[in-house]
Design a protein around this ligand. Structure first.
Ligand code: KG4
Ligand code: ZN
Length: 329
C-alpha cells in the first residue's frame, strides 16, 4: 500500500508519499513561520489562507517525487484533528476530494498519533510497547504505545504546551517566533544555575504537566529587572530551558518506571531540543531505559508521519467516510 499523507493542522502545509508505512518516497513541508513571525504566534485566519494557497503545489510536488521513483498512490490519509479548525479543513477536505476522485480508500488521522509514528519511521524504531513523550507547540502528553494504533494517554499538560512556553518566553525576551530554537541557542551561552526557575511537579506521582507558572516566572523576572535582564538573557534562557527539560524528562522516565517499560520515545517539535535529548540520553543510561528520538526532520509537523499512521489503520480495514468532519479539540 502506498499512502498519500496530508497535514495542515497548524502552520505547516505538508504532503508525503510513504510505502508500506515505512519507506518515505517523498515528504514536502511548506512552512508558514515567516508569515506568522511578525505577530509573535500563529494567526489562525492567516494560516487557513496560506494552506489554501500551498496545498495544491505541495501535494503535486510530493506526488511527482514519488512518481519519479515509480510509485503510484493507492490510499489517502489526512490529519483530522486536533488543530486549528480552518487550517485542518483545508488539508482534510483536499484529501477527501483526492480520495473521491481517485476512488481510493481514505482515513482520518489523529495528529498526536502521527507524531508517535515519526519515531516508528526512523532508522531505529522501538519495539512495542513503549512510552512516548509528544511535546510540541500545541501539545504535551505522555502515552503508553502498545501497537501502531493503540495509545493510552498517561498524562498531559493542564495549561500551556512545552513548546508554547518556549515561544512565550522568547516573545517576552524579544527574541521572536518560534522560540524553541532561539531560546535553546541562547541557553547554550548561559549558566542554568544562575537564575533558577520553579519546577511544577503537580501531585507527587502525577504524569500531568503545567508550564504556565514557569512561563509567568520568566516574564516576571524580566519585568522586575528592567535594567539588568538583557545582560542576563543567556542565563534566563538556560535556567528556563533547564526547568522545562527536567520536568519533561523526569516525568517521562517516571512513566517508563511505573509501567515497567524500558523504552522511551520522544517526538514533536520540542524533541529537537538538544538539552532534552542530552538529558534523556543520560537518564536512559542511568536507568537502563532505551531512548528513541527521530531525526530532526521528522520532529516537527510533517505528512510522512500522517501517512505512516494512516497506513496501519487502513491495513486494518479502517475507513473514514467522506462525510466526516475535522475534530479541532
Ligand atoms: O511539532 P511542531 O513543529 O508543531 C506543533 O505541532 O506545534 O512543534 C513546534 C514547537 C514550537 O513551539 C517550537 O518553539 C518548538 O516546537 N521547538 C523547540 C525547538 N525547536 C522547535 N522547542 C525547544 N527547543 C527546540 N530546539
Ligand atoms: Zn505537531
Amino acid at each position: 500500500m502506498i499512502v498519500l499523507g496530508i497535514e495542515s493542522s497548524c502552520d505547516e502545509t505538508a504532503a508525503a508519499v510513504v510505502a508500506e508505512g515505512r519507506e518515505i518516497l517523498s515528504s514536502v513541508v511548506a512552512s508558514q513561520v515567516a508569515d506568522h513571525a511578525p505577530y509573535g504566534g500563529v494567526v489562525p485566519e492567516l494560516a487557513s489562507r496560506r494552506h489554501v494557497e500551498a496545498i495544491g503545489p505541495v501535494v503535486t510536488q510530493a506526488l511527482a517525487e514519488a512518481e519519479e521513483k515509480g510509485a503510484a498512490v493507492t490510499a489517502v490519509a489526512a490529519t483530522q484533528g486536533p488543530g486549528l479548525k480552518g487550517a485542518l479543513l483545508v488539508g482534510f477536505s483536499f484529501a477527501k476530494a483526492w480520495a473521491y476522485a481517485g476512488n481510493l480508500p481514505f482515513v482520518g488521522v489523529n495528529h498526536l498519533e502521527g507524531h508517535v509514528h515519526s519515531v516508528l519511521l526512523s532508522d531505529n524504531p522501538p519495539p512495542f510497547p513503549f512510552i512516548a513523550l509528544v511535546a510540541s507547540g500545541g501539545h504535551t502528553a505522555i502515552y503508553k504505545v502498545a501497537s501502531p494504533f493503540s495509545m493510552e494517554l498517561l498524562g498531559r499538560t493542564l495549561d500551556d504546551a512545552a513548546g508554547e512556553a518556549f515561544d512565550k518566553v522568547s516573545k517576552a525576551m524579544g527574541l521572536g517566533y518560534p522560540g524553541g530554537k532561539v531560546i535553546s541557542d541562547f541557553a547554550a551561552k548561559g549558566d542554568p544555575r544562575k537564575i533558577p526557575f520553579p519546577r511544577s511537579w503537580l501531585a507527587p506521582d502525577s504524569l500531568d504537566f503545567s508550564f504556565s507558572g514557569i512561563k509567568t516566572a520568566a516574564s516576571r523576572y524580566i519585568q522586575d529587572h528592567p535594567e539588568t535582564w538583557a545582560a542576563d538573557a543567556p542565563h534566563i534562557a538556560a535556567g528556563f530551558q533547564e526547568a522545562v527539560v527536567e520536568v519533561l524528562a523526569k516525568k517521562s522516565f517516571a512513566a517508563a518506571a511505573k509501567h515497567s517499560i524500558p523504552r522511551l520515545a520522544i517526538a514533536g517539535g520540542v524533541a529537537a531540543n538538544t538539552r532534552l535529548r542530552q538529558a534523556c540520553a543520560k537518564l536512559g543510561r542511568e536507568q537502563g531505559v532505551e531512548v528513541f528520538i527521530p531525526p530532526i526532520s521528522l520532529c516537527g509537523d510533517n505528512a510522512a508521519m500522517i501517512a505512516a499512521a494512516g497506513f496501519h489503520r487502513l491495513a486494518q480495514g479502517e475507513r473514514t467516510p467522506l462525510t466526516a468532519d475535522v475534530f479541532p479539540n
